[in-house]
Ligand binder design. Structure first.
Ligand SMILES: *Cc1c(COP(=O)(O)O)cnc(C)c1O
Length: 395
C-alpha cells in the first residue's frame, strides 16, 4: 500500500519557526504586534498592493470587504457561481442576497459577457447590486478588464476573491490588486498558509484602516472602551503572522512547484483519450493551486467518480471541481445568470493532488493510477486489446 497522497497540505520552509520563536521570546502572543505589521508591509511589497490588513481568515476578509463597500440587508451582490461557498457566505452574513454568474470555458471563471448582461438587466429594473465578487478559481485569473469595465459602467465596486490565487498575475500584475478590495486566504490548504488567516488589500488607505478598525471590535479612540458601531474580532495573531512572514519568503517557489506539478501531470496524461486539462488563459499566469482536468467519460472509458474512487482505493485524495453555488441546496432560491458551463465543469471535473511538497514519485503514482483506470476499461471493453504500455494495475 502506498502512503496517502493528499490534495494540498501545508509546506513550511526553515524560516517560519524562527519568527514564531521570536514572538515567544518577545512575548508578543496577541492579535497585534511586530510580525503582524511586518507581514502586512511585506505582503504589500510582494503583491504591489498599496495597503493591507491581516485578518483571521479569508472569509473574515471578504465579510469586511462587503461591509466596507456598503452592503446592507436586502441588497444584492453578484458572485461567481463556480467557487467554494466561502465566496458567498459573507454576503448572507450582511443580510444581502447573492446572485450567481456562470463561468466561461476558457478561464472557468466569471463570464464577463454574462456579467454585463446581468448588470444591464438589473439597471433596467432599477436595482443594481451593491458589489460584484469575482473569484480567481484554482489560481487562474478571471478576465479582469471586461469585468472591471462592466462594473465601472454602473459604478459598482469589484471585490476580488484571490484566496486561491496569491502569486498569480493578470497582464503582469498580481491578482487581488485590481478591484476596490482584494482578499486572500492562508488556510492550511492554500498556496501559503498561516494555519488559518487572511489578508485584505486595497489602494484606498481609508478602506484598509476602516477594515482594521472593524476587525478590532470597532473600538473608538478613547481611553475607556467605547463603541459607536458593531465590529468583529477578526485580527490575525502575531504568532500566525510570523508563520506568514516565513511563508511569504518562499511564495514564488511554492507557485513554481505547483505549476511544475501541472506540467508533469500534463506530460504524463496528455495522450490519454478523454482527458482535458484546465486551460491557462493567455492574459495571465496562474498559480495552478490545484491541477484540474475534465473527463470525457466515453473517450476515457470511465467517469470522474470512478476515477476518484479508484484513486481513493490507493489512498490518493482527489476532489470533484467545486459544486456551483447556484446548485447548492442553501442557495436554491437565488437567481442565476448563465447556462451549464459551471455545471458541466462540476460534473466532469477532477482536482488532482497538487501540494507544493509532492515528490516526483507521488506524481508518477497518481499518473499511473489514472492510466491504469483507463487501460483497464479498454481491456474490459475488448478482450483482444493489448496493453503495451507499462502500467501498474494494483486492483
Ligand atoms: C479558501 C477560500 C476562501 C476562504 O478562505 P478561509 O481563509 O478558509 O476563510 C474563500 N474563497 C475561496 C475561493 C477559497 O478557496
Amino acid at each position: 500500500m502506498n502512503k496517502p497522497i493528499l490534495l494540498s497540505t501545508p509546506h513550511m520552509s526553515d524560516r517560519e519557526l524562527e519568527f514564531v520563536k521570536e514572538a515567544f521570546e518577545t512575548n508578543w502572543i496577541a492579535p497585534v504586534g511586530p510580525h503582524v505589521d511586518a507581514f502586512e508591509q511585506e505582503f504589500c511589497q510582494v503583491t504591489g498592493a498599496s495597503h493591507a490588513v491581516a485578518v483571521s481568515s479569508g472569509t473574515a476578509a471578504l465579510h469586511l470587504a462587503l461591509r466596507l463597500v456598503g452592503v446592507e440587508p436586502g441588497d444584492e451582490v453578484f458572485c461567481s457561481t463556480l467557487t467554494f461557498i466561502a465566496s458567498a457566505n459573507p454576503i448572507t452574513y450582511l443580510g444581502a442576497k447573492p446572485v450567481f454568474i456562470d463561468s466561461d470555458r476558457t478561464s472557468w471563471n466569471m463570464n464577463p459577457e454574462l456579467l454585463a448582461e446581468a448588470l444591464d438587466h438589473r439597471a433596467r429594473k432599477g436595482k443594481l447590486p451593491k458589489a460584484v465578487v469575482v473569484v480567481h478559481l484554482y489560481g487562474q485569473s478571471a478576465d479582469i478588464d471586461p469585468i472591471l469595465k462592466a462594473c465601472n459602467q454602473y459604478d459598482i465596486p469589484l471585490i476580488e476573491d484571490a484566496a486561491e490565487a496569491l502569486g498569480a498575475t493578470y497582464k503582469g500584475r498580481f491578482l487581488g490588486t485590481f478591484g476596490r478590495i482584494g482578499i486572500y486566504s492562508f488556510n492550511g490548504n492554500k498556496i501559503i498558509t498561516t494555519s488559518g488567516g487572511g489578508m485584505l488589500v486595497s489602494n484606498d488607505l481609508y478602506l484598509v484602516s476602516r477594515a482594521s478598525f472593524l476587525a478590532t471590535q470597532a473600538r473608538d479612540r478613547a481611553p475607556h472602551y467605547q463603541h459607536s458601531e458593531i465590529g468583529y474580532n477578526y485580527r490575525l495573531s502575531n504568532i500566525l503572522a510570523g508563520i506568514g512572514r516565513g511563508q511569504l519568503r518562499v511564495l514564488s517557489e511554492r507557485v513554481a512547484a505547483r505549476r511544475r506539478n501541472f506540467e508533469i501531470y500534463y506530460q504524463g496524461l496528455k495522450n490519454i483519450p478523454g482527458i482535458e486539462f484546465m486551460p491557462e488563459a493567455n492574459y495571465g499566469c496562474a498559480t495552478r493551486w490545484l491541477t484540474c482536468l475534465t473527463i470525457n467519460t466515453e473517450a476515457f472509458g470511465a467517469n470522474r467518480e470512478q476515477i476518484r474512487l479508484a484513486l481513493l482505493e490507493q489512498q490518493i485524495e482527489s476532489r470533484p471541481v467545486w459544486k456551483p453555488l447556484h446548485l447548492q441546496p442553501i442557495f436554491a432560491q437565488c437567481e442565476f445568470f448563465g447556462g451549464a458551463v459551471a455545471e458541466d465543469l462540476f460534473n466532469y471535473g477532477l482536482c488532482l493532488p497538487s501540494g507544493s511538497n509532492l515528490t516526483d514519485e507521488d506524481l508518477e503514482i497518481v499518473i499511473n493510477q489514472i492510466k491504469a483506470v483507463h487501460y483497464k476499461t479498454q481491456k474490459n471493453q475488448n478482450s483482444m486489446f493489448m496493453v503495451t504500455e507499462k502500467v501498474y494495475l494494483t486492483t
